[in-house]
Write a protein that binds this ligand. Structure first.
Ligand code: ADP
Length: 302
């Protein structure tokens, strides 16, 4: 089994459906309040575990009930949580989400414990890092922790997959040590500080990122690596909710690559997982199993 280490965020999503988005000062009566486990780190860890990866997560939750529920959920998905710290001084990270009838979302995030993930947390997990096949990262934890994880992975010669979300500018030092960078187009332009996708690609490659996979939603993905610049069309599915399609993509790509599959084949796994996630509502409930992913890949090669 391929071993994947995820250093990232763990959130509880607090969701209310509303007839329309409230204006400032307005109170809107919504439907029933629901909670869903989320956070890009946890979503990608679950995606990787459902793909058959042996997944360990490094992160933080608060000392509240949400924290307990989230850790329990990760365990139920066979994710090792030894390095998930319960921080009794900080609340668990949450996202308050109002979903309007027209599909528009209003989201407020309180990072809580996620913003206390530190260099020390990462260093404390070095034994597991030494014994892992791949490091998978996003940008919902402090940059200090992300940098520390990348440095450690490089010291142990472990490939790094970075999903640079949410969008923000990134340094050349960081990008030079990333083996596979997986932005969408907005994230790509933002991280490179460029206004066109092509200019951003050129810049990121000149900075030393080895492989770039730009995800394009229903339009598929563009893979740019040494001597290759290829657009791969998406699997055709009936999309109902694309939440977590990107997380499914990253988790699946990470496991396939950690197993030693070539980049383009790993991207195929990611794209199939992303397409399947788009066919179901919600984040973690929509993340597919390996069987489902492999069936979709087989059926589209016939
Ligand atoms: P993000 O949510 O990070 O912007 P994308 O929406 O680009 O990520 O989705 C990641 C991948 O999932 C895409 O590259 C694509 O292969 C697949 N995917 C996403 N939405 C769809 C869709 N509507 N139909 C088919 N595949 C999809």
């Amino acid at each position: 089994m391929a071993k994947v280490l995820v250093v990232g965020s763990i959130n509880m999503d607090l969701v209310v459906r509303v007839p329309h988005s409230p204006s400032p000062g307005e109170t809107v009566l919504g439907g029933d309040f629901e909670t869903f486990p989320g956070g890009k780190g946890a979503n990608q860890a679950v995606a990787a575990a459902r793909m058959g990866g042996e997944v360990t997560m490094v992160g933080r939750v608060g000392g509240d009930n949400f924290g307990d529920t989230l850790i329990q959920g990760l365990i139920e998905d066979n994710i090792k949580t030894t390095y998930v710290i319960k921080d009794s001084e900080t609340p668990t990270g949450i996202a308050m989400i109002a979903v309007a009838a027209n599909g528009e979302n209003m989201i407020v995030v309180a990072s809580g414990a996620n913003y206390k993930v530190s260099e020390v947390d990462v260093t404390n997990a070095r034994e597991i890092m030494r014994d892992t096949d791949l490091l998978l990262l996003q940008l919902e934890c402090p940059m200090e922790a992300v940098m520390a994880a990348i440095d450690l992975a490089k010291a142990y010669d472990i490939p790094v997959v970075l999903n640079p979300a949410p969008a923000q500018p990134l340094s050349q030092t960081l990008l030079a040590n990333v083996d596979i960078l997986t932005p969408n187009e907005t994230e790509l332009m933002m991280l490179a500080g460029e206004y066109t996708v092509d200019k951003a690609i050129e810049k990121v490659l000149s900075w030393g990122t080895k492989n770039l996979v730009v995800t394009l939603g229903a339009n598929g993905a563009r893979v740019v690596t040494e001597g290759v610049d290829r657009h791969i069309p998406a699997h055709e599915v009936t999309a109902v909710d694309t939440t977590a399609a990107g997380d499914a993509f990253n988790g699946a790509l990470a496991v396939a690559y950690a197993e030693g599959k070539p980049l383009l084949e790993a991207v195929d796994y990611g794209m199939a997982a992303g397409a399947l996630a788009a066919t179901h509502r919600g984040a973690q409930p929509s993340l597919p199993t390996r069987d489902a992913v492999e069936n979709l890949i087989k059926s589209s090669h016939v």
